[in-house]
Design a binder for this molecule. Structure first.
Ligand SMILES: NC(=O)c1ccc[n+]([C@@H]2O[C@H](COP(=O)([O-])OP(=O)(O)OC[C@H]3O[C@@H](n4cnc5c(N)ncnc54)[C@H](O)[C@@H]3O)[C@@H](O)[C@H]2O)c1
Length: 357
């Protein structure tokens, strides 16, 4: 067996408890050594649940533990870059939750720290590990679609504003766009071969604002657990974003995301269109023309539970740490995603088309 890697998790909220720690626990060559959270009781309870011998209320203490070789950063967004930089400077490999930073400039500083310290830096863009996403990318690479020139990506919720820190721009970096838009943007561009963005016209809005439903089904950040109105608070976050993103050589991506929109039901979809064929992802179907006939192909691919996408991302992270490989979702690609997010927010504010150099 390869070297056993000692792992620490910083931020012991939902994603750490539901996805990262169970993902690490599945790996035979990982030892969970430490959990840190500003809420020391939560750190302790989560550490106990996953058999971690150490818990800390200050992540710097976790970083000072020499047995910890790699960390997951699962804090609120505004901490991602500073905690990642501190971890890399302490010689740890980093798997950071999305978004990697609040801006492209901040993202570049993390990439510089990873390079200076020669450590693995991976962004947890777990949708790339969905089998249907990876399969569609393989069809693209095999030339199935001819020239790809148009794509649509959307993630829409009818009522799904998480509230808490997610709804405060200062802490989250925005709102629905930086929270779920970052996923749709990342995996759709990855399927397309990461085309270079050139021009962006974007709109972000908060129109519905806070709401209260009798039955609340949306995501609840750890600090809001057990409160009477855990979510549905809009704060100063954007709840809706859409954008037209022109990329090289000539591919236009339409992005549409929302935490709250008056639609029938929540939906997630990606579609790509080329000269020879098009496809939709949910469920994976390819539309082409063969023998003078219109043909719809439905490759058999079994979607996996969401937590399993994290487990697979974590397996890949550990492989990269052990073998010194470049991660599938690396810092350079993350900076481009952040440039697009920056441009959408800037375009929304100015009402102008924004060029990306
Ligand atoms: N990939 C995905 O699908 C996915 C899904 C949900 C959340 N996320 C991301 O995961 C991150 C965490 O989200 P969450 O839903 O778990 O939030 P959460 O609010 O449930 O948990 C965050 C935890 O971080 C702790 N924390 C805050 N500052 C800290 C610090 N300086 N040091 C240590 N701990 C600190 C909080 O006390 C809290 O326990 C976010 O960036 C979010 O975007 C990703």
């Amino acid at each position: 067996m390869a070297n056993v890697i000692g792992v620490g998790v910083i931020g012991a909220g939902n994603i750490a408890e539901m996805n990262h720690l169970p993902g690490y626990q599945k790996q035979p060559d990982v030892k969970i050594l430490a959990v840190a959270d500003v809420n020391g009781d939560r750190a302790k309870a989560v550490a106990a649940k996953f058999g971690s011998p150490h818990s800390y209320s200050n992540y710097e203490e976790l970083l000072a533990n020499p047995e910890v070789q790699a960390v997951s950063v699962c804090t609120p967004n505004f901490q991602h870059a500073p905690v990642s930089i501190a971890a890399l400077n302490a010689g740890k490999h980093v798997l950071c939750e999305k978004p990697p930073a609040l801006s492209a400039d901040e993202g570049r500083r993390v990439v510089a720290a990873a390079e200076a310290n020669r450590r693995t830096y991976m962004i947890c863009q777990n949708h790339r590990f969905r089998p249907e996403v990876a399969l569609l990318k393989r069809y693209v690479e095999a030339g199935e679609f001819g020239e790809l020139y148009y794509a649509k990506a959307s993630m829409l919720r009818r009522r799904g504003s998480p509230g808490g820190w997610f709804a405060q721009k200062k802490l989250s970096g925005g709102g629905a766009l930086i929270d779920i838009g970052v996923h749709a943007l990342d995996y759709t561009r990855w399927i397309l071969g990461n085309p270079r963005p050139r021009q962006v016209l974007g709109v972000t809005r908060q129109k519905i604002g806070s709401y209260q439903l009798e039955e609340h089904r949306s995501y609840t950040p750890a600090d809001m657990r057990g409160q009477a109105r855990p979510a549905g608070w809009a704060g100063d976050a954007d709840e809706l974003a859409f954008a037209v993103i022109r990329m090289e050589p000539d591919i236009t991506l339409m992005l549409e995301v929302s935490w709250a929109l008056n639609i029938e039901k929540d939906s997630t979809s990606t579609e790509i269109f080329g000269t020879k064929a098009g496809a939709k992802l949910e469920p994976l179907t390819i539309y082409s023309e063969e023998m003078g006939r219109l043909v719809d192909k439905t490759p058999r691919v079994q979607p996996i539970p969401y937590a399993e996408t994290h487990a697979r991302a974590i397996r890949h992270f550990i492989d990269c740490v052990q073998e010194g490989k470049q991660p599938l979702s690396d810092g350079a690609q993350a900076v481009v995603t952040l440039q697009i997010l920056d441009a959408i927010y800037a375009s929304s504010q100015s009402g102008q088309l924004v060029e990306i150099p």
